[in-house]
Design a protein. Structure first.
Length: 520
C-alpha cells in the first residue's frame, strides 16, 4: 500500500481541488486514499454535524468514482472514540462524551454509543461500498477511563482492556461483512497490556511524527529514552528485543521504528504512517525538513517486506495547502522505486521533477520558514481541531499574559530572529522564481507564506513594543496585512470551500487585525 490521507475536518477542500490532486497522486504512484471526511458530507445519522458547504452524498459518490477510475482504493476513516469534536460540540450528543466538560472523546461504556456508531458505519458503507478497508480511527483517546463507568471497568480489567474491548466491538460487524478494519496504533502502544486480545483481523496504522534515524534516542509512547540502562524493566521486557534487535551493548543505537516490528511479531498487519503536516507547524508553512526526514525513514520502513506499506498523513488544522507539502508527497512513491536512495538523491530528483533544475536555495528557504514565533502557529492563535470561533481579543489577551509572566523580552528576541530568517527566505524564493522555467506556481505558495510570516513577526514585535509603553506606528503593517489577507484568500479560493475559507482566514488574521487596530 502506498496511500495518502485526506483530512477534511478542518480544510474542507473544493471538488476541483480534490479531483486535481487525485489525478496527481495517481500519476505519482499512489494506490490508496484514506478519506477522513467527518463533517464535510451531509450525513443522515448526524445531520447536525454537517458543515454549511458539506458535499451531498451524490456529489461525493462522483468523487469516489473518479478515485476508483484512477486505480486509487478509497478507504473511509470514521473516528470511533477520540477526535469526536465535530459531533460532541452539539448538545444533542454531549451525553455520549467521556467527560461532560470535554468534546474530544466518546465514552466507550455508554449504552447509546455502539448503536450510534454502527448506524453511522452502515451509512459510510452504503456511500463507499464496495471497499476492502474501513479505518475506525481510535487514536489519542487521552481521557480513557475517566468517567465512573469506564473507571470501574478499567479497575476490574485494565485501561488497555477498556480500549481493546471497545475497538473489537466496533470492528466485529465489519469483519462479518468481509471488510478489513483499520485503526491507528498509538493507544495500543501506550496501553499494551490487553493487546493480545485485539482481533488480528484489524490492520494497524503505526504513526509517530517526531522521529527519524540518527537521533540517538527512541520513543515508547509518552516517554523518551536514550540508552538501554534508562529503560524501566517492564518496558524492556515488552519492547526490549525490538528496540535493540542486535543487542544493547554500548555503542548500539535503538531501532527508531521498532514499534512496527513489535506489532508485526504480534501477528498484525502493519502500515507505517509518517506526516507532511503535524502539531507544531506554522499555519502558513510546514517544518519542511522535519517532516522530510520522518517521512523518508518511516516510509522506507513501511516498504520493508514484512510490513504492508506506507500512508502519508496530512493533518489540516495547520491550514497550509498540499502545494507546500510536495516534498513529502513525492517521497513514498519515489522510495518504492528507489529503496536504497539517500535523502540527498531524493532532493535532487524532486528539484529536477518540479523545477527542472537543482538549487540548494530552495531547501534553505523552506527551512528558514520552519521555525515559529508568537502568533504564527495554531496554539498561539487560539484554535484547534474543535474549530472554535477565536475571540477578537485573543491576541491582545495573549500579549497581556506574556507581559504578566515576564516573557515579553524573550518573545521579542525570538520574533526578531525569525523576522530576519523569513525575509531571507522571501529573497531566496523570489530569486529562484526568476530562474526556474517551471514550478513557478509552486513557488507562489512559498513566496506568499514567507510574506505572511514576515508580516506576522513584524506585527507581533509592534504589539510587544506597545505593551512595554513604546509608541509604535503600525499603519504600514496593517496595510500590508490587509493585502496579504486578500492575496491569501485569492490563493485559497480554488482550494477551500467558501464558508470554511472565511473561518480559516479569521483564525489566521482576525484577532491580530483587531489587536493592531486597537493600538493608539
Amino acid at each position: 500500500m502506498i496511500g495518502f490521507h485526506i483530512d477534511m475536518n478542518i480544510a474542507q477542500f473544493t471538488r476541483p481541488y480534490l479531483e486535481k490532486w487525485l489525478r496527481q497522486l495517481a500519476l505519482l504512484g499512489y494506490d490508496t486514499i484514506i478519506w477522513e471526511v467527518e463533517n464535510n458530507i451531509k450525513w443522515d445519522t448526524c445531520p447536525e454535524c454537517a458543515s454549511p458547504d458539506a458535499f451531498t452524498k451524490d456529489e461525493f459518490r462522483e468523487i469516489l468514482a473518479l478515485c476508483r477510475s484512477l486505480d486509487l482504493e478509497p478507504v473511509p476513516l470514521f473516528q470511533t472514540i477520540g477526535h469526536a469534536e465535530y459531533v460532541l460540540k452539539h448538545d444533542k450528543y454531549k451525553h455520549l462524551a467521556e467527560l461532560p466538560d470535554r468534546i474530544d472523546q466518546y465514552c466507550p461504556r455508554h449504552g447509546d454509543l455502539m448503536p450510534f456508531l454502527h448506524e453511522w458505519i452502515d451509512e459510510y458503507l452504503e456511500l463507499f461500498e464496495p471497499i476492502e478497508y474501513f479505518h475506525l480511527g481510535a487514536d489519542e483517546a487521552w481521557t480513557l477511563g475517566s468517567c465512573p463507568k469506564c473507571k470501574q471497568y478499567a479497575k476490574e480489567h485494565s485501561l488497555s482492556a477498556l480500549y481493546v474491548d471497545h475497538v473489537n466491538a466496533v470492528a466485529a460487524p465489519l469483519v462479518r461483512r468481509g471488510v478489513t478494519p483499520v485503526i491507528w496504533a498509538d493507544m495500543l502502544l501506550h496501553y499494551y497490556e490487553a493487546l493480545d486480545s485485539l482481533s488480528r483481523d484489524i490492520v494497524l496504522f503505526d504513526w509517530q511524527y517526531d522521529i527519524h534515524h540518527g537521533q540517538g534516542r527512541f520513543w515508547v509512547w509518552g516517554r523518551e529514552y536514550h540508552t538501554a540502562e534508562t529503560v524501566p524493566p517492564d518496558i524492556s521486557h515488552e519492547f526490549g528485543r525490538f528496540i535493540f534487535p542486535h543487542g544493547d551493548e554500548p555503542g548500539r543505537h535503538g531501532e527508531t521504528f521498532y514499534t512496527a516490528d513489535y506489532l508485526a511479531a504480534k501477528g498484525f498487519k502493519v502500515v507505517k504512517c509518517p506526516s507532511s503536516s503535524s502539531y507544531g507547524d506554522n499555519v502558513f508553512s510546514p517544518r519542511n525538513y522535519y517532516h522530510m526526514v520522518n517521512t523518508f525513514d518511516s516510509a522506507r520502513k513501511g516498504l520493508e517486506g514484512h510490513l504492508e506499506g506506507v500512508v502519508l498523513t496530512s493533518w489540516t488544522v495547520h491550514l497550509f495547502p498540499w502545494e507546500l507539502q510536495l516534498a513529502m508527497i513525492d517521497m513514498p512513491p519515489y522510495l518504492s522505486e528507489h529503496p536504497r536512495a539517500s535523502i540527498g538523491a531524493f532532493e535532487d530528483a524532486f528539484m529536477k521533477a518540479r523545477f527542472g533544475l537543482t538549487d540548494e536555495r530552495f531547501w534553505r528557504a523552506c527551512g528558514l520558514l520552519s521555525k515559529r514565533c508568537l502568533f504564527t502557529y495554531t496554539a498561539s492563535l487560539g484554535f484547534d481541531k474543535s474549530a472554535p470561533a477565536v475571540p477578537l481579543d485573543h491576541v491582545a489577551k495573549t500579549i497581556a499574559k506574556v507581559k504578566s509572566e515576564g516573557r515579553l523580552s524573550a518573545e521579542a528576541e525570538n520574533c526578531r530572529a525569525r523576522l530576519a530568517e523569513y525575509r531571507e527566505a522571501l529573497s531566496l524564493f523570489e530569486a529562484l522564481s526568476r530562474r526556474v522555467g517551471e514550478g513557478s506556481d509552486i513557488l507562489a505558495f512559498w513566496i506568499l507564506a514567507a510574506k505572511n510570516l514576515a508580516n506576522r513577526a513584524r506585527a507581533t514585535l509592534a504589539l510587544i513594543s506597545a505593551a512595554t509603553g513604546d509608541k509604535v506606528d503600525v499603519s504600514d503593517i496593517r496595510k500590508e496585512m490587509r493585502v496579504l489577507r486578500k492575496d491569501t484568500e485569492e490563493l485559497y479560493a480554488g482550494i477551500m470551500k467558501p464558508a470554511r475559507r472565511k473561518e480559516m482566514l479569521d483564525w489566521m488574521f482576525a484577532s491580530m487585525e483587531a489587536a493592531l487596530k486597537a493600538l493608539p
